[in-house]
Design a binder for this molecule. Structure first.
Ligand SMILES: NC(=O)c1ccc[n+]([C@@H]2O[C@H](COP(=O)([O-])OP(=O)(O)OC[C@H]3O[C@@H](n4cnc5c(N)ncnc54)[C@H](O)[C@@H]3O)[C@@H](O)[C@H]2O)c1
Length: 365
């Protein structure tokens, strides 16, 4: 194994999921949080996952017990001292993470690699809080981390090449699919997935279609297993609000849809009715706009070298269950039709045409 003992800081949704997948892969882990109660909750979630898997016959009870035995709990930061990889998965607040890294520094050896599971913050900025930023990178697992196969491996400005390669290998060794990424807001996957959801809300705000209609059209035009409103209800609209707001620095197209901005951090869900019907004209507008909202950011990411077309499509398929991944779909539609669709974004928001549009037809090589 590329790393022999992994420390996970934060035993919430993501930290416990990361411990669960690593424990199952035979990796010794220490799951740490601020209180014993939080550690117990995280350990309990891992145990429940293994026991269910055993009940369903997906693993033997012996294997379930062995996986659980690989996870040790702790509420003491000193427990990180014996780990050669530490994955931080605490609250998504810059100051809170910086404070933690400051306290972690005395427990790191010269060889320890430190990773953050941040979705929204810049890896390179967080790296400045550890003593050796060249040994720091992003490991962005997707929820639910115990089963979602994709992990974005994010290279900060100062991440050492050999450390980065070792982290990519670790993700492979632990049976996940790595997507090597540049440090850019939204990395490779949220960069297009979140604006596609945001565009669905814009369509609703403008009265172009109902949530049920938009979800149906998304299934038809992108081959998604579940439409954007159903998915946003699952991940919670307020999480989409934060994720979209984080993409703001990429420019005007990435601004929040009016009702997402208005409802902000409040707890609510979209009402998805039963009637998914709509006129052929409105269906066509919805299909164009959803595709444009996914294609444009993907082409920009390709221009910026955030990730490869093959990896973006793999992430779309495996992490998001897009039946038609964006690059594959653009290649299939061809340059003229893709240019028409992407033009809907560039014209409306004053963005330049992505140079990668010129490669459509052979984006996947
Ligand atoms: N939830 C998701 O869908 C998702 C997906 C990908 C990435 N992320 C990112 O993963 C990170 C964790 O998110 P989450 O959803 O698991 O959050 P969460 O709120 O479920 O869990 C965070 C945990 O961190 C603990 N914690 C806070 N400060 C701590 C400290 N100083 N030391 C030790 N433990 C501390 C909390 O007690 C809590 O148990 C965030 O950066 C988030 O953006 C979340």
């Amino acid at each position: 194994m590329t790393f022999s003992k992994v420390g996970i800081i934060g035993a919430g949704t993501m930290g416990s999921g990361i411990a669960t997948t690593l424990g199952q892969q035979g990796v010794a882990c220490v799951l740490m949080d601020t209180t014993d109660a939080a550690v117990e909750r995280g350990m309990g979630a891992a145990k429940k996952f293994y026991d269910r898997a055993a009940e369903k016959g997906k693993m033997t009870q012996e294997a379930a017990d062995a996986a659980y035995g690989n996870i040790e709990g702790s509420s003491d930061i000193a427990s990180m001292a014996g780990c050669d990889l530490i994955i931080e998965a605490i609250f998504e607040e810059l100051g809170v993470k910086q404070e933690l890294f400051g306290r972690l520094n005395p427990h790191l050896s010269d060889d320890t690699v430190v990773a953050t599971n941040t979705s929204a913050l810049r890896v390179s900025e967080l790296a400045e809080s550890v003593d050796n930023p060249s040994r720091f990178l992003g490991l962005h697992y997707f929820n639910p981390a115990a089963i979602n196969p994709i992990v974005e491996v994010v290279k900060g400005d100062k991440t050492d090449d050999a450390i980065f390669d070792r982290a990519v290998q670790f993700i492979r060794d632990t049976s996940k699919k790595p997507i090597p990424c540049k440090d850019s807001y939204g990395f490779a996957i949220n960069r297009f997935f979140v604006p596609y959801g945001n565009e669905a809300v814009r369509l609703l705000d403008e009265g172009v279609g109902t949530p049920a209609q938009i979800d149906r059209v998304a299934q038809e035009c992108m081959g998604v297993a579940a439409g954007p409103f159903l998915v946003m209800n699952l991940v919670k609209p307020k999480i989409m609000f934060h994720a979209q707001r984080n993409l703001g620095p990429h420019g005007a197209f990435y601004a929040l849809a009016a009702s997402l901005a208005e409802k902000g951090d409040s707890d609510y869900e979209f009402e998805i009715g039963e009637d998914a019907s709509g006129s052929a004209e409105s269906d066509a507008v919805i299909a164009d706009r959803l595709r444009a909202a996914a294609f444009f950011p993907v082409l920009q990411s390709l221009d910026e070298g955030v990730a490869s077309a093959g990896d973006i499509d793999m992430g779309a398929g495996l992490a998001l269950r897009f039946g038609k991944a964006p690059c594959e779909l653009m290649d299939e539609l061809g340059q003229d039709e893709t240019a028409r669709i992407v033009g809907l974004v560039t014209d409306a928001y004053g963005h330049g045409t992505p140079a990668s549009l010129g490669n459509v037809g052979s984006l996947r090589g």
